[in-house]
Structures are given as structure tokens and as C-alpha cells.
Design a protein. Sequence first.
Length: 192
Amino acid sequence: MYAAGLTEKTKFARRLPNITIGEGILRLLLVADFVLSTWLVDNLFHSIMAFVAIWVLQLDSAQEWPPLFGDIRATRSVRGFWGGFWHQLVGPTYICLSKLVLRYLLRLRNRTHLSRALNVVIIFLFSGFVHALVTWSLAFSCGWWEDIAWFSLNAAVIVFEGLAGRMLWYENSVMIRLIMEFPWVASFMGFL
């Protein structure tokens, strides 16, 4: 049931005051389902291919097939989710491309606050555009722009987390750290 003037196509953020507990729980469960099913399927195929490459064909060593995902405990922040837990299949490529853009196009020095923030933004823009390209190539006439917006929003949140951490000294504050950890990441992934 939607409030007057709101339809099922109304953006989620505009419906926040009208979201039921049931819809909130469903959204969190869908995020968990997506993350866990992706983790399971990707790890399964990664393990099968590693087995074939290492043991059957004897083309690679075990060191050439590191784990695909990081530690789930890294998901204490959105930065930790993407950089410490989620697969890094294209991460090194995006990082390298971002450093090239920062150094040669924007001519920024390494390790400044601005270059670090822009590095995150550029990496997520690359990811957003690649995801949008996949969406578009699958002949979906809509949805590609949302891919770019979603990854751009993640970049903004990661930059915000870094600023908030420095401003609030949350690394040393148990209360702020608890707010920033799992509930924050689950809420962000489920409700935006």
C-alpha cells in the first residue's frame, strides 16, 4: 500500500517515511541473498577452474590462484566491503587506470587528500561504466544509468566514511565504530 501520490515506481528514497518493517527486512534479506549467492557461485567456479589449471592440466601453481574473496569481517564499512571482502577480479586494473588518469590527465601528486578521494571516485566510475555497458549489451533499454549512479554513490559514501573517520576519530571510538560497522553496510546496501 502506498501513500497518496506515491506509486510503486516512486524512487525508494522518496518513500522512506512510508517503508514498512516487512519491506525493510525483505530488502536486507535480498542483499544478503545476492552477496551470498554471488560469493558461492563465483567461488565454486573459481575453485573448479583452479583445480583444472593446477591439478588436471598442471599449467599453474596454487599461488597463482589466490582466494577470490577476502575476509567477510572486512565489511565493517562500505570501503571494507569493496576493498577487503568483495572479489578483486578487475580491481587491480581499475586502480592502475585510475593512477594513470590522476598522474597524466589531472597531473595530481600521489598521496594527497584530493588524489586519494579522486582515486576512489575514478575507480568506481570505471566500475559503473563497465557494469552499465554490460547492462546495455544485454539489450536492457533502461537500467544502465542506475549502474553508473550506484557505483558513483558508493564512491561518495567511501569518501564520506574517510572524512567522518578523521573528523570523529571513530577508529578509537567503540560507539562510532559499532554504528559504522555491519548495520551501516547492510543498511546502505539494502536501502539505496
